[in-house]
Every structure is written in C-alpha cells, then in structure tokens.
Design a binder for this molecule. Structure first.
Ligand SMILES: [Mg+2]
Length: 367
C-alpha cells in the first residue's frame, strides 16, 4: 500500500450518477422522422460545408463523429443524410429528462442539454442503491421521451462519467470503489474527461499513454507540464475526484477554450483557432436563446502565465460575426506574443439571463 499525501477523499463515500443520452440530437431526429431510422444521419452541417453536430449510430459505424467537417463525414459515408438541427426540440426534451432526475435529487449538474451528474447519496425517494435509481431514471426517460440514455454509477464524477460511456448505447455500468483504480489504469488517457485531444497528444509525447502511465508521474512533474490541471490528473489516475456535484448555478458566462498540441506564435493561426471556439459559444447561444454583451479573450502562454482582454457593448450581441469581430480586435494587440500561445479561450458574459447590468457608456474596455 502506498500512502498518499493530502488525499482529498471525502469522509463519506458518495453515490454519483452520470446520465448521458445516446446520440442525442440524431436520436431525436430519428424518433420524429421514422424514415430516418436505421440510416446514417448527421445533424448539422450540410453536404458542402459546416461541421457535424451529432451522428447517429449508423453513421458512427462509418467513422462519422461530432465536430467533424461535413466534407470529411461525407467522404467517410457517401450515403450520409444531413438534417438541420432543431434546438428548440432538443431543449424541450432536455427539460423532460431534467424532470426525471428531479424526481430523485435536487443535486443535478447539467454538462450539456443531454448530460448531467446527479448526487444521490441522499435522495428524495430514500432508495439505497444508486444503481436502482439509475435504472429507474433510464426507464422513466424512455417512457417520457421515447429515447434511450446510458448511465454510469460510481463514487465520484470522474468515474461515473467513464462508466456511462462503457456500455453505450442504452447501457448501465457501475464502478465500485474496489474497481476504480484498476479501471482507470487500463484506459488510454484520451478517454478521460478533462484530457482533450491536445493534452492527450502532449501526454503521449511525454510517454504517458494509459492511466497507469499517468499514475507513475509525480505531482511536481504533472504540475510542471500541465499547470493547474496537474493535481486533477494526479488524483484521477488514482480514481480519486472530490469535486462536488454543483446544482444549477445561474449561468454567468458561456465559454469555450482549447489547448494546442503545438504552441502558436502567428496571429492568423490564432485567429483561425478562435473560430471553432466562437462556433461553440454561438451554438450554445442559439440552442438556449441566451445572449450576452461582453466578449472576453483568454490567452495562456507556454509558461502558464495568462492574459485576458474584454470588451462590453451597449447592446446584446445578436450574430456570430460580432463575437468574431470583437475577438479579433482583442487578439491583435497581443501579437506578436512574448511566448508561444498554448491556449486560447473565448467567453461571452453579461448575459440577458442575469440581472440587468448597470448602463455603461459607449464601449467599456475592461482589461
Ligand atoms: Mg450524449
């Protein structure tokens, strides 16, 4: 037995469920349009341009994935059927599944329209088994929406999320405290929530391919290479994750960021890298009807120092192009950068879903 310094394990084991709808947007389309059932369907994008937002399981067999350019998707699957998204419908289904969760616990932390963590350690119906609660929720969702969900059950968020992915679609998987560390050991690091493609590439270059490789690294090494995320990686490689399930805070901002496999130094490369982030933020705005007035640009450098620049307009931003324009204006003065840029982020805040902000004059430059 190794003894762990400052183990942040909670005093009492928790019961956490992660629920994830299966191929959500695509499944909703196949539910509502029977002629699409059994066929490869991509929601979003078009035959010529754009990006796939979601792919049906039939499309996934051909290698079509969400966030893939439509052109690539069509090359992989020439019969792919492109369907425009209907975010108002997805949002309505999202509210239905939330109601299913709320029958069991108020501790619901949504990750997106179709995914949430639930803390059911204490639960409204006094059911002792988290697995039973997860099965009831899955059955209820199917009954209410006609759609399938997968569930992961474990003692923390990190493992619950890994578990929900393990028996997809329409599955349930439990990771017990005894299984946790071993389960993590065997997995490639790219499968871990919080390790994106760029971080995964960085880890691979450092010889870290699996959970076991990750666990072999010291805290100091991980902090040196991954900054603030280092301790998170240190603990998850041991199956430890003490983050609480944070219910429904009022959303104050909508942001997206990405870490690059290779640091950027050119303005045009940085501007190009911002575009998918702006797409993400804007897609969320369109899906939820939320709009904002403040655009914030975050730049993190190779040495982990960072700069943020914001601009707040008098009126709500109503088009994607406005975010792109302001981001570009905030980006330009930061180039050429003092060091390579390892991360860029774009955030929209001063949202119309919050309290009205005090009126500012013209454009306020908050630095
Ligand atoms: Mg899903």
């Amino acid at each position: 037995m190794t003894s762990l310094p400052d183990t942040p394990a909670p005093a009492r084991p928790r019961k956490i469920i992660h629920i994830d709808m299966d191929a959500f947007y695509a499944s909703v389309e196949q539910r509502d349009r029977p002629e699409l059932r059994g066929l490869p369907v991509a929601v979003g994008g078009s035959r010529e341009r754009g990006v796939v937002a979601a792919a049906s399981y039939e499309a996934r067999k051909f290698g079509v994935r969400s966030a893939m350019p439509s052109v690539t998707a069509r090359r992989k699957c020439p019969e792919l059927i492109f369907v425009p998204p209907r975010f108002d419908v997805y949002k309505a289904v999202s509210q239905q599944i939330r109601a299913c969760f709320a029958e069991h616990t108020p501790l619901i932390e949504p990750l997106s329209l179709d995914e949430a963590y639930l803390d059911v350690t204490e639960n409204l119906q006094g059911i002792a088994s988290a697995t039973e609660i997860a099965e009831r929720i899955r059955a209820r969702i199917r009954q209410e929406t006609g759609l399938t969900a997968s569930a992961g059950v474990s003692y923390n968020k990190f493992l619950a999320k890994l578990a929900s992915d393990h028996r997809k679609p329409d599955g349930l998987f439990v990771i017990t405290p005894r299984m946790g560390p071993g389960f993590v050991e065997a997995l490639p690091v790219g499968r871990f929530h919080g390790v994106g493609p760029a971080t995964s590439t960085r880890m691979n270059r450092l010889g870290i391919h699996t959970g076991l490789d990750l666990r072999a690294q010291s805290m100091a090494f991980l902090q040196q290479h991954f900054g603030k995320a280092g301790p998170y990686y240190y603990w998850i490689s041991r199956g430890i994750d003490d983050r609480p399930v944070r219910p429904d805070r009022i959303r104050k901002s909508i942001g997206a960021e990405t870490t690059f496999a290779i640091d950027l130094t050119a303005l045009e490369a940085a501007d190009a890298a911002l575009q998918p982030l702006i797409d993400k933020v804007w897609r969320y705005c369109e899906a939820t009807g939320i709009r904002g007035r403040t655009v914030t640009l975050k730049v993190k450098y190779a040495d982990f120092s960072q700069a943020t620049r914001s601009r707040t307009g008098l009126t709500l931003i109503t088009a994607r192009g406005e975010i792109a324009q302001v981001s570009r204006a905030l980006l330009e003065p930061l180039f050429p950068p003092p060091r390579g840029v390892r991360l860029l982020g774009v955030t929209l805040s001063t949202l119309n879903s919050e309290e009205p902000a005090e009126a500012g004059a013209q454009l306020t430059l908050l630095v």
